[in-house]
Design a protein around this ligand. Structure first.
Ligand code: SF4
Ligand code: SF4
Length: 83
């Protein structure tokens, strides 16, 4: 299923530190880090542990089934980042 990051992400990297499988990208040392507007969760590498949700100060991360209707497009936006 995977979790999804939405547009209120401020790129503070707290979720990256919490993720046990390092599936949140880009990492801070990636060449494209400065260009991306937010971080993204890999749709198949995410193990659905939920560890990233409570550490996010902007409540930007949702489990796919609970994505608000007005944020539905972010499932595809996260997946497309890795396409
Ligand atoms: S913790 Fe939230 S605001 Fe911070 S980088 Fe992750 S999704 Fe973005
Ligand atoms: S749910 Fe777990 S595995 Fe998936 S992005 Fe969040 S911390 Fe990483």
């Amino acid at each position: 299923m995977a979790y999804v990051i939405t547009d209120s992400c401020t790129k503070d990297n707290l979720c990256v530190e919490a993720c046990p499988v390092s599936c949140i990208h880009p990492m801070e040392d990636a060449p494209n880090y400065a260009e991306v507007p937010q971080l993204y969760i890999h749709p198949t590498e995410c193990i659905d542990c939920g560890a990233c949700v409570p550490v996010c100060p902007t409540n930007s991360i949702y489990v796919l089934e609970e994505l608000p209707e007005d944020k539905a497009e972010y499932a595809e936006i996260n997946a497309n980042y890795f396409a």
